[in-house]
Design a protein around this ligand. Structure first.
Ligand SMILES: Cc1cc2nc3c(=O)[nH]c(=O)nc-3n(C[C@H](O)[C@H](O)[C@H](O)COP(=O)(O)O)c2cc1C
Length: 315
């Protein structure tokens, strides 16, 4: 049990928002904020913020099954952005969420720049605390390449969303690209306030008897501990671009323990996301929070921000 004084050590500020802990429950892993509260002992209060499931303009039924598949130290998912549409989320779901409990962040998706902008406009006129832009969606009008794989397309999405809102805007960067630093630079110019680093890595698993992909969508996003070293490196690379601009990062990708979370903070993240780990331990956040407090005490630090970006590179 974390007592009150220890808990204060976890309080942090992110884009002007107060986070009770540096943990963020990640998009797609907690539904619309209510999903895990059915698990005994789970509370959104263990997290500084909760990212809601990716939301598009129109409702989407998502992909055919299988939508998830376990892999060594991870999982592949291709849910296909199943969601009830932005209007429904704002009108029917947001009023049911307890905004005193934690911060809620919308995760906005689109198949065109216009769709991203429209979804952002709908959320701007709502009590949501911040907007996270999932730029890993395919650009349907221009050949289906994910917006986030190209710095120019990423910046165009950010620019369009920026025009719709003054709420904190977090751009979720994809690892599936050549130069994540160039992408981050362009998104900063386009007006992002923060980054989430990283989204899933694309992968495939094959049923060798059927000689067919296991996932209905053939390919999907790999998450979980398998991607953690990639995510730590990308977080540090983006931090090198961000630090002079005071732009914070939510580091994520495979965080399962306090030690994992600490790696991301040291690499340059100001907050850390927990996604896949919740599927096999819904109560993992308490353990991660306790572990961070124990580390801070052991190193005679009084708050999480004292750790951020303290990585000392070799040589
Ligand atoms: C089942 C599932 C659904 C996801 N859905 C979304 C989504 O709708 N939007 C999004 O930006 N990321 C989505 N993600 C990516 C996660 O938010 C997170 O960035 C990624 O899984 C890396 O963190 P992790 O290894 O802790 O899960 C999803 C991940 C999983 C496993």
């Amino acid at each position: 049990m974390v007592h009150k004084v220890q808990k204060d050590m976890l309080v942090s500020e992110f884009c002007g928002m107060r986070f009770d802990t540096p943990l963020v429950l990640l998009s797609g892993c907690v539904g619309f904020g209510e999903e895990y509260t059915r698990v005994k002992g789970f509370t959104n209060r263990d997290a500084g913020a909760v990212c809601l499931k990716g939301t598009t303009l129109e409702p989407r039924l998502g992909n055919p099954p299988h939508r998830v598949c376990e892999t060594p130290q991870g999982m592949i998912n291709a849910i296909g952005l199943q969601n009830p549409g932005a209007r429904h989320v704002v009108d029917e779901i947001l009023p049911t969420l307890d905004f005193d409990e934690t911060r809620f962040i919308a995760n906005i998706s689109g198949s065109s720049i216009e769709e991203y902008a429209e979804v952002a406009r709908i959320f701007d006129d709502s009590p949501i605390d911040a907007l996270e832009v999932n730029i890993s969606c395919p650009n349907v009008k221009e050949g289906g390449m994910a917006f986030g794989n190209d710095p120019d397309m990423s910046a165009r999405v950010v620019e369009a969303v920026r025009k719709q809102t003054e709420k904190p805007l977090i751009t979720k960067l994809s690892p599936n690209q050549t130069d994540i630093q160039e992408n981050a630079r362009r998104c900063i110019e386009a007006g992002t306030d923060a980054f989430a680093v990283i989204n899933t890595l694309m992968g495939m698993a094959i049923d060798i008897e059927a000689r067919a992909p296991i996932i209905g969508n053939n390919q999907g996003g790999l998450s979980g501990p398998a991607i953690k070293p990639v995510a730590v490196l990308k977080t540090h690379q983006v931090y090198q671009v961000c630090r002079d601009h005071g732009i914070p990062i939510i580091g994520q990708g495979g965080i399962t323990t306090a030690d994992d979370a600490l790696e991301f903070l040291i690499a340059g993240a100001s907050a850390v996301g927990v996604g896949t780990a919740l599927f096999y331990d819904p109560l993992v956040c308490k353990k991660i929070n306790d572990g961070i407090v124990a580390y801070l005490e052991r190193h005679e630090l009084t708050e999480v921000s004292q750790l951020v970006g303290t990585l000392v590179l070799n040589g």
